[in-house]
Design a protein around this ligand. Sequence first.
Ligand SMILES: C[S@@+](CC[C@H](N)C(=O)[O-])C[C@H]1O[C@@H](n2cnc3c(N)ncnc32)[C@H](O)[C@@H]1O
Length: 218
Amino acid sequence: MILHRKKNNVDLLLSEEVFSLLRVFIEETKRSAFKLLEIDDKFKLLQPGYSVVDCGAAPGAWSQVAVQRVNSAGTGPDLPRGTVIGVDLLHIPPLDGAHFLSNHDVTDLATHGKLLELLPDGQAHVILSDMAPNASGFREMDHEKLIAMCLSLIDLAEKVLQPQGSLLCKYWDGKLAHKLQERLSSVFGSVRTVKPDASRKDSAERYFLARMYREPVK
Ligand SMILES: C[S@@+](CC[C@H](N)C(=O)[O-])C[C@H]1O[C@@H](n2cnc3c(N)ncnc32)[C@H](O)[C@@H]1O
């Protein structure tokens, strides 16, 4: 009897823990979607018919926003139909209107090759990146890691981004942010920092919105 009660208590504790983790997960996913919605409402990045690469797409909130805005599921029958391709190291649950490359590293050249094959004419109008490394807890180190990941997006842009295209990428503010901004400015006509209201005020999270891509002079 006592054993039975103990088991129930453990079950109860476990289910409370699971529910609270689930609640946090749902809240964070919603917050993610709000950030992109807010940025897109302001800057009109995503248009019906556009091709989008979503880097670090799991669990899929940004891709859902992109699918709806570029009409890649064809829900707006009178609008041009776009394309959304999401990439993540993790599994990305299937989503109508999106093609996902789960278990793929965005910084890997083989992934670039697959994106070239999947994109219409091998070209994207927009690259989105909400990628983030697993936080180590060492702020400086995490900042440097994420900046390196963002810098690799410039190589991806060179392969798949069409002239005048846009790149939106998350970074954590720190001493190397200016280096990323400089590199972006060398290939984009306009680069600005964005901090959506949905992003926690006290976090170092920022986004660079780079527009008007021009291919680098070789
Ligand atoms: C904050 S989550 C993205 C949330 C997503 N934008 C959404 O709205 O659902 C960051 C993601 O970046 C992914 N990531 C980190 N490094 C990556 C890499 N090199 N290639 C692909 N994905 C990566 C992680 O696996 C993680 O799923």
